[in-house]
Design a protein around this ligand. Sequence first.
Ligand code: HEM
Length: 224
Amino acid sequence: MSGILNSSIGRKFAMALSAFFLMIFLLQHFAINILSVFSADAFNEASHFMGTFWAVQYLLQPVLIFGVIFHFVMGFVLEIKNNKARQISYAKNNGAANSSWMSRNMIWSGLAILAFIVLHFIDFWIPEINTKYIVGDMSGMHNGEFRYFHELVEKFHSPLRVGAYVVAFVFLALHLLHGFNSAFQSVGANNKYTKGLKTFSKIYAIGIPAGFIFIALFHHLTGH
Ligand code: HEM
């Protein structure tokens, strides 16, 4: 592994793989969260399953946490290496003229997402871990019913939190718009399928964050 990470291509490839993994995670996270708009029961059942099934908790969750940290650390490494390389600058590197604003600012959109994840963990993940593994209550129940839906709705009462989430989701869209194409490029998917992949990337990069915005606003505005 360290051998792969010693070359520039290897680092980009590893970055792309971690990005694909996180995109799959995001899709399943969205699929479960959107249930909360249609059926509180379905959302509760899915959340309870994900929150208590051993393979999710003890295999997938550690891999996910590793994936997030890897992507973040590697993003910094690539940014620093790129900046160093740029000191021996291109004959012509006129910012907007030969690269998009988003491609030059992946580190900033990434940091905005990281700030969101810290807030998001304080909101949801830490209380979950506390209830399940510190208090030791794996039942998922509160006052005779599953607590997940109720907790979600409660969190989206605050306009400040909803505002912060919406801003973060806009940054997520910007990050994904460039990130997707860049990741496909890094794994060499630059061929006759490129046009299709680009369309798919755009739909995902705008559709998923827009869907998350919809979920947050839906619970905020309807109060349930
Ligand atoms: C409306 C939007 C969202 C809602 C309502 C939401 C809700 C939740 C909830 C309830 C959990 C707790 C799961 C648990 O541990 O039991 C969670 C975990 C998590 N969320 Fe979100 N989420 C949203 C958007 C996002 C986005 C956009 C990202 C990534 C950029 C994200 C990343 C995560 C991560 C990494 C975890 C920890 C997963 C784990 O349990 O290991 N979430 N989210």
